[in-house]
Design a protein around this ligand. Structure first.
Ligand code: SF4
Ligand code: SF4
Ligand code: SF4
Length: 221
């Protein structure tokens, strides 16, 4: 069987994220029953920020800090047909996560059942090593709990209730696709196989599991 270039690119991203090809030194065993990941389809995103608001409400994120930021840039080509770009800033749930490697107390950890990178606030001593180690700059000290905090794909809230992450539930356009990389029949895997996706800072060897379908508008890429 031969693969088209598109299929090859989709499969490469998928296999790398699933830990099926060499990815360097893992912080812990990469074999999880589930291995959750997220796609942000920037071509479907309208910048409404419903995802941000839902995240804050469901996970009781205090004002002044964010588990999820939606960046809006532009307008580009304002004199012709103006357009904006929308990018998501949140934890990438790296397969090889430096935040876990540097944590001296085990507070930064990967949930074995889901592959989600999470924080145990009761073990956290607030040293901020993980904030410094995260190349995506998505961790913060929660002003209420005084512990490190970040997106956990709603592991302790919506997922625990059998629902999708709050941002995915709230998105009105289907721009967010959440699923299990280990489930070859999932929508997530189907999209990864068929669409051109990119991941940020791959050269750092973090093997992130937040995929983007970048905008195809001229001048963006
Ligand atoms: S994006 Fe940062 S906080 Fe999230 S898993 Fe990677 S290193 Fe850790
Ligand atoms: S701030 Fe907390 S989670 Fe981060 S490295 Fe220190 S103890 Fe670990
Ligand atoms: S809710 Fe969906 S469409 Fe709205 S900003 Fe978030 S990802 Fe984009």
């Amino acid at each position: 069987m031969s693969l088209t270039r598109r299929e090859f690119l989709g499969c490469s991203a998928l296999c790398a994220a699933a830990g099926l090809v060499g990815s360097g030194q893992a912080d812990d065993a990469p074999v999880n029953p589930k291995n959750f990941a997220l796609i942000h389809d920037e071509t479907k995103c309208i910048g409404c920020r419903a995802c941000e608001q839902a995240c804050r409400k469901v996970n009781q994120v205090p004002e002044g800090v964010n588990r999820l930021k939606l960046n809006i840039d532009g307008p580009y080509h304002a004199e012709e047909q103006p357009y904006y770009t929308f990018t998501r800033e949140s934890c990438q749930h790296c397969q090889d996560a430096p935040c876990i490697s540097v944590c001296p107390t085990g507070a930064a950890f990967r949930d074995k059942a889901t592959g989600i990178v999470d924080v145990d606030p009761f073990k956290c001593v607030g040293c901020q090593y993980c904030l410094a180690a995260c190349p995506y700059r998505v961790r913060f000290i929660n002003p209420v709990t005084k512990a490190a905090d970040k997106c956990d794909f709603c592991r302790k809230t919506n997922l625990a209730q059998g629902k999708l992450p709050a941002c995915v539930e709230a998105c009105p356009t289907g721009a967010l696709i959440f699923g299990d990389l280990n489930d070859r029949n999932s929508e997530l895997v189907a999209v990864l196989r068929s669409a051109r996706t990119v991941r940020d800072k791959l050269d750092l060897g973090t093997n992130p599991k937040l995929f983007r379908i970048p905008s195809q508008k001229p001048g963006v890429l």
